[in-house]
Design a protein around this ligand. Sequence first.
Ligand code: BGC
Length: 715
Amino acid sequence: MNNMDIEAVVSKMTTEEKIRLVVGVGVLGAFGNPEPKVSGAAGETAEIERLGIPKTVLADGPAGLRIDPERKNDERKYHATAFPVETMLASTWNRDILKKVGKAMGKEVREYGVDILLAPAINIHRNPLGGRNFEYYSEDPYLTGEMAASFVEGVQSEGVGACIKHFVVNEQETNRMTIDTIVSERALREIYLKPFEIAIKKAKPWTVMSSYNKMNGSYTSQNRWLLKKVLRDEWGFEGFVMTDWFAGDNAAQQIMSENDLLMPGNTYQIFKNRRPEIEEIKEAYEKGEITDEMLNERVKTILRVLVNTPAFKGYKYSNSPDLEAHAKVSYEAGSEGVVLLKNDNTLPVNEATKIALFGTGQIETIRGGTGSGETHPQYTISFLDGLLEKGLNVDKELAEFYRNKIAEFRKTDYVITKGQWGEDIVPRLPQDIISQEEIEKIAERNDLGIYILTRISGEGVDRKLEKGDFYLTDDEFSLIKKLSETFRSKGKKFVMVLNIGSPIEIESWKAFCDAIILVWQPGQEAGRILADILIGKINPSGKLPTTFPKRYEDVPSRSFPGEPRENPAVVVYDEDIYVGYRYYDTFRIDPAYEFGFGLSYTKFEYKDLQIQQLGNKITVSFTVENAGKCSGKEVAQVYVRAPRGKIDKPYQELKGFEKTKELQPGESQRISIEIQIPDLASFDGNCWKVEPGRYEIRVGASSRDIRLTGYTEIM
Ligand code: BGC
């Protein structure tokens, strides 16, 4: 079907059929709705057989295709690869890797009979307690937009669609379906809309998902200014917009606001206060509120995308994507996303180093978060198994103790049960379970102690400012202290590994460790990645895409998660544009680890900065040299500091970055980064403005490790 055909088909469609096409078919396999074409997919569009319009399949999500690995009366397994969570992908700062991951996911989407992947999620890390932060890239809109664009390009190069979500200002889970986010137009444009704008302009995603929340009083899925004026008129978006699942409260309003597709459809089956969307739309149509033209436009917009799907093209999918090849992509992405936070002459170690591995996370390794961002891979290599497989010298007796202890816990007081959506409810295991006497013996017979700390979160709930979440439990704290003291008293080192999805408090205990490795939630290859980092087969090259504050009290988004506190109805983004490092740098607050930070086993030197301005373009060139003893990659970052003008500006903003190739000791690479002058603008009142004056160009290894500075004058 081409564009001509679309006109012809739409002219043949009855109003009834048009309305059916703008509403999904409902939660699959329940309430008498159709059985899913692909089990575990999130939704389907309606089939209109008479006109040759097939159903199309939409499935999550950001860390890998989320479908059911098992099907009724079917021996076959339908596993998809678990990649690192988005925050870890962003820690690579590597556009090529994002593209590769997108491509691999795109192939799985296509080969499993899915048409549109409900990823990437590109909301902002406004607050470290955001329950879905792991599904989002960064606190910075530029980094987010760049990562998203590369990922979308990868996915769509495989002939399937991507969906950038959740549009927009959906930075929390608390009351996510009703919360009203109050935000200034400046913060909206510069921080929250920016990643969407970048991804749309660079990568043309097939679809956008509007969010659950309200924005300045109206649901985003019912906001014509957002979906028409900004998205289509200003940015030129040509794909279709779908609602988030069950979002909003007025189907007719959604159609009138140019939210093309209402998902998953039949919301009334779950939300008793709603009526069938189809009925609501029909009523509005009969009253003349929804015109033929409006309805036709929505249908055409949807069809223009759907004609490109594998389903429309009658693609014969194999159900057997190359999982082995994709496991390698997952490993590669993870290996570039690990962030080394601290290293006092401790790492790397060698294969012979005797390692005592502590913490239940060595076996119950967290590959990713829960909810729609969850994955069902063939396997997850635990940290313990990864170290063993790679031949590291792990204390077997201690490992055995953990294996037995965990098995016993899970059979007795800490049984894993199922929640209302069939999700696992996993009680936290005690950590301080080894006597001091035993620790002494273990420290005696090993060279290095490693404690693996885990955290998990997911859709529907925000994280908690409590022990066991943002803070350590007493139990974790006492174990860490004991391990640190005992190992150090014997002249041995103690390392912490953080298997987490979003920042935790580190400041109060970081002095206890000789090294800290942030492995995030690294997907199915977890253990292999950690093993190779420990022995230096991989030189860490990840950098933080989000600030780790010293104290929660330092976080600028104090209004999180809204008012009234017990049951928020409204959240005011009153920190405005001062999100993440924009706040910490401008208001001179020292974080525990700043945006852009990450250590390496080698050192890099920066030199020979050149700045050229030609027309609308500033070209920033410089050389990065590996001045250390082993090979490695560096993420070079360019921040711009605006002159003092009429508009308040943050201290500095990220405007460019590049990851070097693997540089051998002594090797250098010339890097050249282009900045468009309009991208230095601020949104002032009702338009973008670049104030004239002397702009400082700041090149460095992190937001607070600036190595080269220069100036350019903008007239
Ligand atoms: C989530 C979306 C997801 C959708 C379908 C919603 O609850 O917010 O991110 O794509 O479910 O699973």
